[in-house]
Design a protein around this ligand. Structure first.
Ligand SMILES: CC(C)(COP(=O)(O)OP(=O)(O)OC[C@H]1O[C@@H](n2cnc3c(N)ncnc32)[C@H](O)[C@@H]1OP(=O)(O)O)[C@@H](O)C(=O)NCCC(=O)NCCS
Length: 179
């Protein structure tokens, strides 16, 4: 099947469609996920987040959120979701590649995600974060915590409790305690 997919930076106008896609892909269980909890801590980087569009409609989305641990920062990739009718056409892979490329150009050295290694390892997420190196706000299967180093050795610096980057500075502790 040949399909004309346009890839674009995410806009606020895409929010409702993206929410629908994520609800369809992950169901209500998405709210209980560790990555969701981190993303609740603050906004994602819309300029590093991308959509796949077919005939002007959003059919796929990937978001990137700034996170911090042990004084180092990184991006958290996700959610990544593709409308069921558009799966297995390479759209997911392409969105990950675009997001990683944008992160690199924006000067980031590390991108983390929680996901399936068989899918993500060939896309650059070829490191399993060593067990115990970071603490997520909710339990995560260690084999699913994956990293893509955009600068060699970047993961080494990323240690301890993982928070939204906006909570890791100044008054963040107080904000987190009441969350
Ligand atoms: C996972 C998802 C994003 C993949 O997007 P996609 O556009 O359908 O995938 P692509 O076309 O880029 O890649 C398809 C390939 O990935 C494989 N694949 C898809 N999901 C996979 C998974 N969880 N683990 C391993 N391989 C997977 C497919 O079997 C296919 O393999 P092939 O090329 O050998 O046939 C999409 O299926 C989706 O939205 N799933 C529901 C939400 C989800 O699970 N998101 C990931 C969260 S970590």
């Amino acid at each position: 099947m040949s399909l004309d997919v346009a890839y674009a930076q995410e806009l606020a106008a895409h929010d409702t469609e993206i929410e629908d896609i994520n609800a369809e892909a992950f169901g209500p269980g998405r709210f209980a996920r560790a990555a969701y909890k981190i993303r609740e801590g603050g906004p994602h980087r819309r300029d590093l987040s991308f959509v796949g569009l077919v005939d002007g409609k959003v059919v796929a989305s990937v978001r990137m959120t700034p996170i911090a641990a042990g004084g180092a920062t990184a991006l958290l990739l996700g959610p990544l979701a593709v409308r069921p009718a558009y799966k297995n056409l390479g759209i997911g892979r392409k969105l990950v590649a675009i997001a990683l490329d944008a992160a690199r150009k924006d000067g980031w050295s590390l991108v983390i995600l929680v996901g399936d290694a068989p899918y993500y390892a060939p896309l650059g997420f070829d490191i399993v974060v060593p067990r115990g190196q970071v603490t997520m706000p909710r339990p995560v299967e260690p084999a699913r915590l994956l990293a893509a180093e955009l600068a060699e050795g970047a993961l080494e610096q990323f240690r301890g409790e993982v928070l939204h980057a906006g909570l890791a500075t100044g008054c963040g502790e107080a904000v987190r305690d009441v969350a």
